[in-house]
Write a protein that binds this ligand. Structure first.
Ligand code: EPZ
Length: 421
């Protein structure tokens, strides 16, 4: 298994281009199952989860062509089976996103039940219960979700919890349903809106985009009419590199980003003392050589502070001036990175879903283990400012969600290298 070795001490400085958003690319690629014509998607990030999604669609008999610019053309007309097998779903829970489109377009889906992961049990009860309300016949047997529906029927759905992939699955199910579907308490994450805009570009009739009430008027078919759709930039990748510059007292200019999708993160970085300026598609952060000040953070659904930036801010607080309190309200077990940071000398006290971080002068490099995507990124950030070498193991987690992380950090002056084996 590959590992990353980071030697701390460099003050990062430079500029980066941000890749397309993983969590928009995954539902948009699933949504191509709904189109009767081939469709082309651009600004796809070069990530392991994208490869897995292409394998998932490919093993259904779907034709995919990808060019050197990471544009993917998908033609679902050659589909031969409606299944998401265990060996793929176990590596990527987001495979559940084929359930809604398969059911809507083909009336049948067999999806391996996604297990939990390091950050929580990750149930999909809201996905399943809502599809049943839309008329699907669903049974869970031998670890698989078996779903059938002659034609889904639109209805009013009030979701018990704000769920990103739950909202996305139901959006995709509703676009071909008979009649109107209303989804209340819908997730408003930008990636949900990107999916809705893509579906409308293919002829769907969705209104209320960017709000928590989505209204979908079912149509008989979607037709991509040779559209080419570009995925939005990855706001979490962008936020991660902003924290990399802040934690090392440096500066960074990010291009191909959407600052308007990062308001909560930018506000917190300004509170930490960062000097930030923004344009339509760029963000510049400069610490002017100063240590960040500790900040209090409470995660919640968009537009509040994103849970996917919590671990990165925990790392920053561990070397900031003062005490910062981090409260995680979305997932029940998303502090796995804390014990690894404590091994690097961090003074963090866990009390149920809260981490109380007392900034220390310097962390000490150590061998640490990644447990989930964002926790592993936060350990790399900690390694950037630790004394000596930090060895981050199990970095397959990182490769799922960060496109060429060591190249991008090296470009900013970090001392980081990958070792295989
Ligand atoms: C999406 O996961 C993202 N993944 C996650 O990003 C992100 O952390 C999360 O949304 C929250 O923003 C993708 O988009 C592929 P949820 P998702 O359903 O949809 C509960 C990353 O780092 N819930 O919004 O699985 C659930 O337990 C990943 O890129 C139910 O109870 O998250 C959680 O407490 C990690 N029943 C809360 O809702 C359900 O049926 C929010 O989960 C569904 C969810």
């Amino acid at each position: 298994m590959d590992k990353l070795i980071i030697t701390g001490g460099s003050q990062l400085s430079g500029e980066l281009r941000i890749s397309g958003a993983k969590n928009a690319a995954l539902p948009v690629l699933a949504a191509t199952l709904l189109s009767e014509e081939p469709v082309s998607i651009g600004n796809i990030p070069h990530l392991h989860d994208i490869t897995t999604t292409m394998q998932l669609l490919g093993q259904m008999g779907i034709r995919l062509t990808i060019d050197e610019k990471m544009n993917i053309e998908v033609d679902s007309s050659s589909i031969t089976k409606y299944e998401a097998p265990y060996d793929l779903v176990k590596t990527m829970r987001a495979s559940i996103l084929v359930l809604g489109p398969l059911l809507a377009r083909f009336g049948e889906a067999h999806v391996s039940f996604p297990g939990g992961c390091a950050i929580g049990t990750r149930p999909v009860d809201i996905h399943i219960d809502s599809l049943i309300k839309m008329g699907a016949d669903i049974r869970v047997e031998a670890g698989y979700i078996h779903a059938k529906a002659s034609r889904l029927k639109g209805c009013k759905l009030v979701l018990d919890k704000v769920t990103v992939t739950g909202t996305e699955n139901l959006l995709m199910a509703a676009v071909l349903a008979e009649g109107v579907t209303i989804i209340e308490n819908a997730a408003k994450e930008p990636e949900v809106s990107d999916l809705a805009l893509f579906l409308n570009a293919m002829g769907a009739k969705i209104s209320g985009i960017d709000t928590d009430i989505l209204t979908i008027e079912g149509v008989l078919k979607l037709d991509a009419k040779n559209i080419h759709y570009n995925i939005i930039p990855d706001r979490i990748e962008a936020g991660t590199y902003l924290v990399a510059a802040a934690i090392t007292k440096g500066r960074v200019l990010l291009k191909d980003v959407r600052p308007d999708l990062l308001d909560a993160v930018i506000d917190k970085l300004r509170e930490a003392g960062a000097d930030i300026s923004t344009g339509d598609d760029w963000i510049e952060l400069n610490m002017h050589g100063k240590k960040p000040k500790a900040v209090n953070v409470r995660t919640a659904p968009y537009p509040a502070f994103p849970t996917d930036m919590q671990a990165q801010f925990t790392a920053m607080n561990s070397v900031a001036e003062g005490v910062g309190i981090i409260t995680e309200t979305v997932f029940e077990n998303r502090f796995m990175h804390v014990q690894e940071m404590q091994r690097m000398g961090a003074d963090i006290q866990l009390e149920s879903n809260t981490a109380i971080c007392k900034g220390i002068n310097q962390l000490t490099g150590a061998p640490v283990m990644a447990t989930d995507l964002r926790a592993s990124a936060s350990l790399v950030l900690a390694g950037l400012v630790a004394k000596g070498e930090t060895l981050v193991d199990r970095i397959y987690h990182i490769d799922r969600g960060y496109d060429h992380i060591e190249e991008k950090l090296s470009q900013l002056g970090a001392s980081i290298r990958r070792i295989s084996g």
